[in-house]
Design a protein around this ligand. Structure first.
Ligand SMILES: C[S@@+](CC[C@H](N)C(=O)[O-])C[C@H]1O[C@@H](n2cnc3c(N)ncnc32)[C@H](O)[C@@H]1O
Length: 288
């Protein structure tokens, strides 16, 4: 079947139909989707919103792909997002074959991998750091990344997250493409403890059974590394020796614990807007 491209609504620079999985561009997509590399050179960005967000954050696109009925509507938009990169229209069967068991995307891009963020990228950056100790549900990591971005925190450190790379498709989707807008760092526990010591960062751990209520954090004026534990085990012992404060968010006794991304949202907000530091004073949207 030949793919028809709506050239009357949009004059394409380079739009190519792909109706065969042996097409070189289709092979390239298959290779990138199959890659298990911790340092991929090219990665997949799903969905228009995430592609736009990534480009805003400086990600350089390699190529753009669209499948199915939405293509006539989407192609002109893609032309605006990546005018200088090749565009491809995938046949439905090719798209099905490429994604196989993986979640398929009607609109996606291949993009050049940025340099992975490292702990030293947090030096001299204002705002608290969210340290996720053993948080493994990618949806939670993505939600916390959005919150960190939204509240102007410095970044996210992932310890024992199970992720090989922060360019993971699921994380990009869960963070709505904001994983490129803030440092998200994969680190080892020992490396993180060393960094905290070296930089003299003050650590506050969030734990449902801590003795102090979270509101006490309002009296802490220095920048904090806020530590949140994993969905199963909570916070591991390694960070104990560098932890100064421990706070609990008071809960109704019928509840054992909050979801970690909810906890992170409450704690980051509570510390970011302590005292006179109102959302208005930082020029945030949604201020009253
Ligand atoms: C789902 S909970 C983990 C439950 C785990 N069984 C435990 O013993 O900690 C995930 C993380 O969210 C944070 N958390 C959950 N509820 C909290 C609360 N009420 N106060 C402070 N932190 C809380 C903690 O950092 C916790 O490690």
């Amino acid at each position: 079947m030949t793919t028809t491209i709506a050239t009357e609504v949009w004059a394409p620079a380079t739009v190519q139909p792909i109706d065969d999985v042996r097409h070189p561009a289709a092979r390239r997509v298959a290779d990138v989707l199959r890659s298990r590399s911790a340092r991929p050179r090219v990665f997949v960005l799903d969905d228009l919103e995430n592609i736009e967000q990534a480009v805003t954050s400086g990600i350089v696109l390699h190529s753009l792909y669209v499948t199915g009925a939405a293509r006539d509507r989407v192609l002109p938009v893609l032309a605006g997002v990546g005018p200088d990169v090749p565009h491809y229209v995938l046949g439905e069967a090719v798209a099905r074959a490429l994604f196989g068991e993986q979640k398929s995307a009607r609109v996606f891009a291949l993009a050049h991998a940025p340099r992975p963020s490292k702990l030293h990228d947090l030096i001299g950056v204002a705002g608290d750091v969210a340290v996720l100790d053993g948080v493994r549900i990618v949806g939670n990591i993505g939600a916390i990344t959005r919150t960190v971005c939204a509240l102007g925190a410095a970044g996210v450190v992932l310890l024992d997250s199970g992720l090989r790379t922060t360019l993971d498709r699921r994380l990009i989707r869960a963070s709505r493409g904001l994983v490129f807008a803030t440092p998200v760092i994969l680190a080892g526990r020992a490396e993180c403890v060393d960094f905290i010591r070296r930089e003299g960062l003050t650590v506050a751990a969030l734990s449902a059974d801590a003795a102090q209520p979270l509101r006490a954090i309002r009296a802490v004026h220095e920048r904090l590394a806020l530590v949140f534990g994993g969905e199963r085990e909570g916070i591991g012992p390694e960070l104990n020796e560098v932890t100064t404060y421990r706070y609990a968010i008071p809960m109704n006794s019928m509840v054992d614990s909050l979801n970690v991304s909810v906890t992170a949202g409450i704690a980051l907000y509570e510390h970011a807007f302590r005292e006179q530091k109102t959302p208005e004073s930082r020029g945030f949207r949604g201020s009253v």
